[in-house]
Design a protein around this ligand. Structure first.
Ligand code: FAD
Length: 302
């Protein structure tokens, strides 16, 4: 019988070099809090490089983001990264948040401009006394303490950006200001990521550009999300979920297969770091990480 699969994942020890990070959002209700913590407990034994917690539009989750990050620090051995935006806040207010993080032991911030207060797609105006954009925020964070700073990247360009080159100029400004990692918006066609990466490298940007992976828990929701963020949804993806709106069990199996296919192809093409948009759910992400060769660390699981 011939070898079933010859992915780079097998037989090369590559699985030992795979590094994953998980993104969560701060819960709004007690029920959501319970779901989040079940997910964190399930995923923690996979020893992620870091876990990040998003910051709500307009700073609406400021306290909840802080509380979630603090609980991760005190109750787990995970390394948290706190997302932070420039929206609707003065520099002093944002600096206060940064100093608070430094004081409780947070060492990694994901620095973002954020969406306009009136919603994505409306014109962005910086707060009169605030950080003007993500690059300005990165510089501010680096002035306050020696944080590791990650920033966003858009393989299909940010909807506000006139061109991919303008977008890459912004990424360059963020890296020049001190960011040491970019995490991409999710994408479904790996070629888009590699084409973007070529342009980023040609522009002299040499930080890791970690692919953001969105396992599709709910196709309709993912499609809406994609429309708002400028990510394209290929026809083949829609076809795979066709007719499954009311069939959660099959949808989940298909979702796992689709995401597995995407990450294994990325591995085969040399990618070793992955950032998962978990939507606070562990099952699909756990299964995909298992396929990537990650196994629970006995110490973390205890
Ligand atoms: P930037 O990188 O600063 O800009 C993106 C592009 O828009 C650039 O190409 C730039 O040229 C262009 N641009 C910026 N400002 C202008 C302008 N005034 N006029 C014209 N073009 C402009 N959002 C949250 O609210 N909370 C989060 O926790 C969060 N986490 C995220 C994590 C990741 C990994 C990613 C990819 C996105 C996240 N977002 C989050 C979404 C993000 O805030 C939005 O996409 C926002 O609209 C842009 O912020 P940014 O830092 O990505 O922008």
């Amino acid at each position: 019988m011939s070898e079933a699969r010859t992915s780079r994942l097998h037989g090369t020890g590559l699985a030992d070099r795979i590094r994953v990070s998980f993104e969560f959002f701060p819960p709004k209700t007690e029920e959501m809090e319970a779901t989040l913590w079940e997910s964190i407990k399930k995923l923690a034994p996979l020893s992620p490089h870091f876990v990040s917690v998003t910051y709500g539009a307009g700073g609406s989750t400021r306290e909840r983001t802080h509380a979630t990050v603090k609980r991760i620090l005190t109750e787990t051995s995970l390394t948290p990264a706190a997302h932070l935006t420039c929206v609707d806040a003065t520099r002093d207010e944002v600096d206060g948040v940064i100093r608070n993080y430094a004081a409780i032991g947070v060492r990694h911030i994901v620095a973002l401009r954020g969406d306009p207060t009136a919603g994505a797609g409306t014109p962005y105006a910086p707060h009169p006394g605030g950080y003007v954009n993500a690059a300005d925020l990165v510089a501010g964070i680096r002035r306050i303490a020696d944080f590791e700073v990650s920033v966003s990247a858009y393989p299909e360009k940010h909807p506000d950006s006139p061109t991919v080159d303008a977008d890459i100029d912004m990424l360059k400004a963020k890296v020049d200001a001190g960011a040491s990692r970019a995490i991409t918006q999710f994408f479904f066609e790996n070629d888009l990521y590699f084409r973007y990466l070529d342009r980023v490298r040609a522009r002299g940007i040499d930080v890791p550009v970690v692919p953001g992976i969105l396992p599709v828990q709910n196709f309709k929701q993912a499609k809406n999300f994609a429309e708002r963020t400028g990510a394209s949804v290929p026809r083949w993806l829609a076809e795979r979920f066709e007719g499954l709106d009311d069939d959660i069990a099959t949808r989940k199996l298909v979702a796992a297969a689709v995401a597995a296919e995407q990450v294994i192809d990325l591995v085969d093409r040399g990618v070793t770091d992955f950032h998962f948009y978990t939507m606070n759910r562990a099952d699909l992400v756990y299964a995909i990480c298992h396929l990537l060769g990650l196994r629970p660390d006995a110490k973390e699981a205890a």
